[in-house]
Design a protein around this ligand. Structure first.
Ligand SMILES: *Cc1c(COP(=O)(O)O)cnc(C)c1O
Length: 360
């Protein structure tokens, strides 16, 4: 028997979540964002689950886009960080992939390359990460519109705080910069499309919502948004022992039994992608019962309190996050966000994919 850890990937849940977003965005097309290996879920499986529904797929690496093409994915694709070297442009053009331009030198290289291409021009509206400055927008559009092989131009920005203070200032900046050009827009990530319908434009870019986590857990839980978790990180107890009052648990003994207790050892550690910063009290499900982590997470194991979990024995099923235990909740306790937990799933954790129509 293999080590009992696995990540269950529920493709019916991805489709459910896609439809939840679809209902909130009736008039825009949707790029399903599948960067970072489909937020850790497996880019090929997610693309297959959404093959009939997604208007397009947005990702970072040309290699991933070409792999999807070779697997028969015909939808539009968008390279969110653009091209990294001009030698990528022939393949991008040949495969009909849309490319983001976020620097003026990329605008010039693309206009001079002579290859037919659809482009997104990214404007910096205050995130100060990628994007040309608003003052450069007219010049960039002049160059692109003068290049006959440029097939289409969409204007894009990315909001720095759509899940917090909002988008009013950057949206005003964007509209002021681009309003006169009459071009299609693509502005919204998950938080923006849920909170600010005025950012829907021609295309939206949902990522984390498709995987069933909330982009803004402080405002709305995934459940309140009607989302279902796609990944369930599951394992089992591989040891159970009784502790006397005063016994310490794990490295450095950061947890000491306050009274006689029973504890279980779970085959899951930080080398599986479980956050080492999760401390005593982090929620864990054992046999469907909610209990708490004890002491330090080690590389391959963590300890849980099973004092009040009847029947907790070796082989008892454990859920670290997913069905019954939102990744958002575990992330909050560990001082991070669900995005990091999902994308941080380690390669050594086998993925079990439930196809659409199976299970439920
Ligand atoms: C990752 C990413 C998204 C998706 O963000 P979510 O918060 O997961 O919806 C959208 N747009 C860009 C440019 C991104 O890099």
């Amino acid at each position: 028997m293999p080590r009992p850890i696995h990540a269950l990937i529920d493709l019916a849940a991805v489709r459910h979540n896609y439809r939840v977003v679809r209902a909130r965005v009736p008039n825009a097309k949707m790029w399903a964002v599948v960067k970072a290996n489909g937020y850790g879920h497996g880019v090929g499986d997610i693309a297959r689950a959404l093959a009939d529904e997604a208007d397009g797929f947005a990702l970072l690496c040309l290699e991933d886009a070409l792999n999807l093409r070779s697997q028969g994915v015909r939808q539009p694709m968008l390279l969110l960080e653009g091209f990294f070297d001009a030698d990528q442009l022939p393949a991008i053009s040949e495969q009909g992939i849309t490319v983001v331009l976020h620097r003026m030198d990329q605008v010039r290289v693309l206009a001079d390359c002579g290859l037919p291409l659809a482009v997104y021009l990214k404007i910096n509206t205050g995130m100060n990460r990628l994007g040309i400055e608003p003052a450069e927008c007219a010049e960039a559009l002049g160059i692109l519109r003068a290049a006959p092989q440029v097939q289409s131009i969409t204007l894009m920005t990315h909001f720095a705080d759509a899940d917090g203070l909002g988008v009013a200032e950057p949206l005003a900046c964007f509209r002021e910069t681009t309003g006169a050009f009459g071009l299609p827009e693509c502005l919204a990530n998950s938080a923006s499309l849920l909170r600010f319908p005025e950012t829907h434009g021609a295309w939206v870019r949902p990522g984390v919502v498709l995987y069933g986590a909330s982009p803004m857990p402080a405002i709305a839980t995934a459940e309140a948004l009607g989302l279902k978790p796609v990944m369930t990180l599951a394992s089992e107890l591989i040891a159970v022992r009784d502790l006397k009052q005063g016994d310490a648990v794990g490295y450095c003994g950061t947890f000491t039994a306050e009274r006689p207790m029973r504890m279980g050892v779970v085959a899951c550690g930080y080398a599986d992608g479980y956050p080492r910063h999760a401390g005593t009290g982090t929620p864990v499900l054992v046999g469907g019962v909610r209990t708490r982590l004890l002491g330090r997470v080690s590389m391959d194991m963590l300890a849980v309190d099973v004092t009040d979990v009847p029947g907790a024995c070796v082989g008892a099923p454990v859920v670290l996050w997913g069905r019954g235990l939102p990744a958002d909740e575990v992330a909050a306790v560990a001082g991070t966000i669900s995005y990091e937990l999902l994308t941080g799933l380690a390669r050594r954790v086998p993925r079990r994919v439930i196809e659409v129509g199976q299970d439920g």
